[in-house]
Design a binder for this molecule. Sequence first.
Ligand code: BES
Ligand code: MN
Ligand code: MN
Length: 541
Amino acid sequence: MCRPLPASRCVTRWPEPATRCASRSRRRWPWPRCGAARARLATCLGRWARGTKAGSDLARRPPDRGGAPAPSIPHPGGLLSTPDTDTLQAIDAYLNDNEARFLDELFEFLRIPSVSTDPENAADVRRCAEWLIEHLQGIGLSTVELHETPGHPIVYAEHLGKEGAPTLLVYGHYDVQPPDPLELWTTPPFEPQVREGKIFARGATDDKGQVFCHIKGLEAWLQTVGELPINVKLLIEGEEEVGSVNLDHWIAAHKERLSCDAVVISDSSMFAPGIPSITYGLRGLAYLEMTVEGPDHDLHSGLFGGAIPNPINEIAGIIARLHDDKGQVAIPGFYDDVIALSDEERADFAALPFDEAGFLEESGAAALRGESGYTTLERIWARPTLDCNGIWGGFTGVGAKTVLPAKAHAKFSCRLVPGQDPERVAEQAEAFVREIAHPSVRVTVTPHHGGKPVLTERDAPAVQAATRALSRVWGKEAVFTRGGGSIPVVATFSDILKAPTVLMGLGLEDDRLHSPDEKFNLENFYAGVRASAYLWDESQS
Ligand code: BES
Ligand code: MN
Ligand code: MN
């Protein structure tokens, strides 16, 4: 399923260290003392940031929020609680002083249409990687590199040298899903706007907004303290939305360089607004496309209909047989490897304050529907599913055309749970489809990208650090949840780097990721930046 990868070409475009003055002192003001670093940060921050003090010049930066008035920044409950050290107070002050600039910069990032699925956007995807490189250089990270792959570039950065301190690898993706259907967006997807305290744009939450929280969390340390309390590596890829097809090879080829104590990812959701969460499980994915062929050209349905197989009728029959009447997937062997939920986990899920009516309302459907014997949270977090994602063929134009089409197509995907293997499931699905298809038609099944399901450690030190950081920001204990989506690289981090992953989701379930009007709440953005800054602090021990 993966394209072969030649040894990657590493282009280190900015070989000199970003801040020669880094690590020298524990500064309390938000602007580097050293001239070279200040100049570089000024370049990165834009032409308004030329002076010696950040505040005065940055404040003059024109408003850039799609014409909307400057938002008043909401802060979650615990956010303003007094931090217990001078350093964190300085960091908090830096975050408060710079929040308007952070938003302007996120807008710049969001304006780049880095749609990885569409070859027409390849130049935009690269431009986005280059924008990130320049930005990371500007915040003061010591090593910032662009790595070529056969697909879209990988952005990699490091800030090391804290001997004896843990090393965290932050992963995120700068590519986004296509914005279609465009007509359903209230404002254009690549012209970010704040409305009612929410940032609307493609990528706002998935994943530009969330990864940007970490970038600003790092900047806060580098620009106030001059160094990080731990070692940090940053890996931001441009192919997550196309199945991270080149990333596994790149990670294997850079295994030593990427070695770390834990991986941190913010690319999922919080359980509910105001409830900080750690996601400890994600579903995997097996994606397939099938074509059913009957006659070798379209036929007159009056002259041939009833005597020649109709591929659309046949594909509909196949799809109808993929589930039984209890809502279970009917593919033989499909559930064989599923690791069942323990009674304890079921009880934990049931104890969460799940708003089922709100969940249904957000979907817009009339009623819930799924596998019998499981609750909604169990169905979306811990049960495997099969969904048809697209179906086409025959005549779909205006009016009526009496045609018996030559071909019909469908795309369908299975969400997988721990224990299941995407390749095995794809084979089982293909065998079943072939078996149930009528002999009068020819069926082809092609696999697309997949991803392994994962369960992450709940008691790793990095997970504990993340729960402490989240609880400090939101003033509330973090809960453990699972997620129904997939992030294929998490399994790779565990297999190749042997490192636990902390899934620190900062988005919300109603963020409409992959849909029109994708959004990221300003409150989540600013709280996310703070959570990132606190995470580095909490990870020291
Ligand atoms: N960030 C999402 C995955 C996600 C979202 C996990 C919310 C948990 C909660 C990611 O960008 C994504 O969309 N993944 C794809 C899979 C990929 C192989 C295209 C998915 O889940 O469909
Ligand atoms: Mn994502
Ligand atoms: Mn996504």
